[in-house]
Design a protein around this ligand. Structure first.
Ligand SMILES: CC(C)(COP(=O)(O)OP(=O)(O)OC[C@H]1O[C@@H](n2cnc3c(N)ncnc32)[C@H](O)[C@@H]1OP(=O)(O)O)[C@@H](O)C(=O)NCCC(=O)NCCS
Length: 193
């Protein structure tokens, strides 16, 4: 089922490159943020040791090609100016029938506040809607993650649901906010500049 989609890497945006994660060369740069308790507070893993990061990057979960629904592409976010890897973003191909996907992201705290994640996610939405031909892309976040909600609003995603104590997450019940954007909404927004 499905079809192979390998975006042309690196994906170049105004200030960033998005490219496949290197399971050896990228371990230290990824560990620099995935090991920080504050950075991983609202993501489904960590804090990760260097060995955890190396194991994860080497696993088959870390892909840069979609071959079947259920696959996720995980990409390094690199500053064009310096070549530094400052975070990673992911796009999940959740369903072929419903043409649905999901985005996720994490950035080193040293690089927050410059719009880099918003810029990287715009590129993910481009892959989602123009290349994978999805109909709808969602993001699911912890309601306390205000910085993440702000990213999604900047991307033009609509807050659609608040699921009260929906997940037992890292030792507590957490309330989830669901955001979404449709392909036609994303196109209209781009056309409007
Ligand atoms: C969520 C997270 C990625 C947001 O990072 P961020 O840097 O705030 O997000 P952006 O890249 O969109 O940057 C937006 C900020 O840059 C500012 N900015 C500066 N230049 C900008 C530009 N050219 N374009 C857009 N924003 C710009 C914005 O004003 C905003 O600052 P503000 O928050 O003070 O208003 C970050 O907090 C993070 O990595 N958290 C940990 C991981 C996590 O929780 N991931 C999400 C799990 S659901």
């Amino acid at each position: 089922m499905g079809r192979v989609l390998r975006p042309d890497y690196p994906i170049v945006t105004e200030r960033l490159l998005l490219r496949p994660l290197d399971p050896v060369a990228d371990v230290d740069a990824v560990h620099a943020y995935q090991s920080l308790p504050d950075a991983v507070r609202y993501v489904p893993y960590g804090p990760r040791s260097r060995a955890d990061v190396a194991e994860n990057l080497a696993s088959s979960r870390i892909r840069s090609t979609f071959e079947t629904p259920g696959h996720t592409i995980s990409l390094a976010v690199v500053l064009r100016e310096s070549g530094a890897l400052i975070g990673d973003v992911m796009l999940v191909w959740s369903s072929e029938v419903h043409r649905r996907g999901e985005i996720g992201y994490i950035l080193h705290p040293d690089h927050h506040g410059h719009g880099y994640v918003t810029e990287a996610c715009e590129a993910l939405l481009h892959i989602a809607f123009e290349q994978l031909e999805l109909h709808r892309v969602v993001a699911r976040i912890d309601e306390r993650n205000a910085a993440s909600a702000a990213v999604l609003r900047r991307l033009g995603m609509r807050e659609e649901a608040r699921l009260v104590e929906n997940e037992w997450f890292k030792g507590e019940w957490t309330t989830e906010l669901d955001f979404a954007v449709l392909a036609r909404e994303w196109r209209e927004r781009r056309a409007a500049g």
